[in-house]
Design a protein around this ligand. Sequence first.
Ligand SMILES: Cc1ncc(COP(=O)(O)O)c(C=O)c1O
Length: 419
Amino acid sequence: MQPTAFWHPFANMAEVSANRLTITRAQGNYVYDDSGREYLDATASLWYVNVGHGRSEIAEAIAAQANKLACYSTFSDVTNEPAEALAARVVELSPMPGSKVFFGSGGGDAIDTAAKLARRYFFELGAPERQIVVSRRDSYHGTHGFGTSLAGIAPNRVGYGDLIEGVAIIDRDDPEDLLRLASEAGADKIAAVFVEPVIGAGGVHLPGEGYIERMREITREIGALLVIDSVICGFGRLGEWFGPERFGVVPDMITFAKGITSGYIPLGGVIVSAAVSEPFFSGKGAAFRHGPTYAGHPIACAAAMANLDILEGEKLIPKGKELENPLAEALRITLDSPIVAEVRAGLGLLGAVEITPEYRSANPAALVNIQLAMRERGILIRPLVSSLAVSPPLTITESEIERIGSGFVEAIKAVSSKS
Ligand SMILES: Cc1ncc(COP(=O)(O)O)c(C=O)c1O
């Protein structure tokens, strides 16, 4: 293959330039490369093709909107019909009655919006000293300014000079670590705490029993906002519309992206509670001087409406819950291998197979080699930190899930028998 001008995200281009997988088309739960080879998309691309590939309903909605009104700014007092309809529908589906929706172009935008809004909210309330935004070890909140500063995956913060001040990273699993931070930094200095219901890119880490509920209690106790980052966990991934419903928790903000359009076109946003949006809607506060060019983009919003129609019409949202145990069982068969340390799955349609530290240190290319062995068997998975992750479309069948498990067993055996 020719050297490329296309710089891939999160890639060592010296390594990938010569050996890339070119996807040319996709249908249902499968994608096809430029030689026509078929692969089961066991990761739903990057956690987002919730309704599967090739949905003509979404393509048609995009085309129809592009022909009617492809684009127009929503800054200041201008609006459009798809943005209005989608915002109202998202509020209706959310666990936050009376909330408002701020749109952007993806998850990173949503994180920056939520972090700025948290600080600005307290500024409007006369508490500008509440500035600290908090995330957890191993969390991932995108690569924008706040997302980079909040990165719980340490290497994602390295080499970018001084990051945003007033950011703290707490323990991943112990909610009481937030109380420790509050007593050290001052409870009245903490603005918001960002929590992924299930940590995704950091290696698929499920919350302990009662963890999310306790984070809600503590944030209330210290007067900070709870921001649930549902960029991965929304739109059925946890078997609910947004994820926090699984824990009976009502947050102050929810960030979303990915599954809102099943990735057919970029879109993200923040659901902001009635209380937090109030100063900005009641005339008490000034304008929120923030917003990306494509906020409320009509084509993206029309695509989302068509995607939500499919999720609702085909009852795909509960699939994230119905299929969580079959997926966990399929992945657990890898535990027979001596190089598998643990399987993390069983809450939502996502999971990870952790490879032992001993095997990884003896074989630094272990994760990539297993990924490639899976690819040879026609299954796309993803190396994540020290594990291999899957998060298939909600349309996956139980027999396809079994195929992921047996593919893992074969691929791990093939790779480990060579070393
Ligand atoms: C939990 C979480 N938050 C935020 C983001 C950032 O989203 P984007 O890549 O659309 O900027 C991601 C991306 O994977 C994510 O997983």
